[in-house]
Design a protein around this ligand. Sequence first.
Ligand code: NAG
Ligand code: NAG
Ligand code: NAG
Ligand code: NAG
Ligand code: NAG
Length: 352
Amino acid sequence: MEKQTLSSLFSLLFLFLLPLAFTGVQGIKELYGVYNGTAKLFVFGDSYADTGNSPVSLAGSWKQPYGVTFPGKPAGRFSDGRVLTDYIALFLRIRSPIPYKWRKYVNKSKLRYGMNFAYGGTGVFNTLVDQPNMTLQIDFFQKLIQQKVYTKQDLDSSIAFVSVAGNDYSTFNAKIGNQTEVPAFTKSLVNQISINLKRIHDLGVKKIAVTGLEPLGCLPDQTFASSFQQCSETPNLVSKFHNQLLIQEVQKLNLEKKTSAFFILDLYSAFTSAISNLKNYTEQSKSVNPLQPCCVGTSEGFSCGRVNEKGEKKYSVCKNPEESIFWDLVHPSQNGWHSVYLNLQSSLHQFY
Ligand SMILES: *[C@@H]1O[C@H](CO)[C@@H](O)[C@H](O)[C@H]1NC(C)=O
Ligand SMILES: *[C@@H]1O[C@H](CO)[C@@H](O)[C@H](O)[C@H]1NC(C)=O
Ligand SMILES: *[C@@H]1O[C@H](CO)[C@@H](O)[C@H](O)[C@H]1NC(C)=O
Ligand SMILES: *[C@@H]1O[C@H](CO)[C@@H](O)[C@H](O)[C@H]1NC(C)=O
Ligand SMILES: *[C@@H]1O[C@H](CO)[C@@H](O)[C@H](O)[C@H]1NC(C)=O
């Protein structure tokens, strides 16, 4: 019962990971001059970035049909395949950094690509999922530095990728729910994000990318009510307000630290463009609704990956995940992440 409840929370709330932008290796090399395959990537956040930290016993990401496209079986990613972290690593010409959880079990040489501290379902603050919030994730990182697992020189050519996809908002809605108080909550959330970014920078990481909030109202859990026909305006306004405050905060940080160390990956525009590009495509082919997730529960209370007591599947998977943007109720498919990445390219160029 406990387990059932937790795992349904996982699939419902867990949504979020986060996408970075890839410019193509050449572009990044110009930007930083260090991305020659020797950079390290340190990752913090939620399911938009997690590549295996969430516990096998709890997380849907370890159940069929997650991972069906890549690596071919469930492997802890909240998608049918690659997530944003993997694309960022690809762009840096390194392997996707190993999940923190595995650090003691792998050959030490595997630590050289950095480390992924992200846990699905978590937030900047504590969420309904009992897994390390971002503060604790940064504590783990700090400890490894104190233990000299990573040296100052390592950190000099590192980048951090920070995903904040919205679990704090689902937790706020579940626990408080008073919409009048959302703006004040956003302020405290962005303030804590700022503290976290500053801390990562003070630990020695020179470049830090943080995600802007995706259009929450376009996620399938919000478009469900309209049979996935249209995005929901109110949650999108929350995303916009959040992003507005985040932009101000990041500008302030760069001024304070006299750097351009901090930058925002604009997931809002990237998701919106990915959706509208597919819309245009499907207007011709008439096959795919871009807001429709590939994997959905077949009856009430069930979601992607859930089975009943008899072990019968209570979900269905679309025929061509590579034509979808969304995999489940809150997570992009590998194809969705790829489109998001393509849409982030030009904005990355603008940043620099
Ligand atoms: C990669 O770039 C870094 C920083 O510029 C440099 O220290 C390192 O030697 C380079 N490595 C290779 C293999 O070119
Ligand atoms: C660890 O990996 C390195 C480089 O791939 C290899 O030379 C070494 O033998 C490995 N060590 C162990 C204990 O497997
Ligand atoms: C993170 O989690 C720890 C342990 O539950 C808690 O003490 C701390 O207040 C949390 N941090 C934030 C910013 O909520
Ligand atoms: C919601 O929050 C506002 C502002 O704090 C408060 O005035 C109002 O009474 C709250 N509403 C409910 C139903 O608690
Ligand atoms: C989609 O098509 C509409 C109408 O032809 C056009 O205005 C819009 O720019 C297109 N969107 C994209 C992302 O190409």
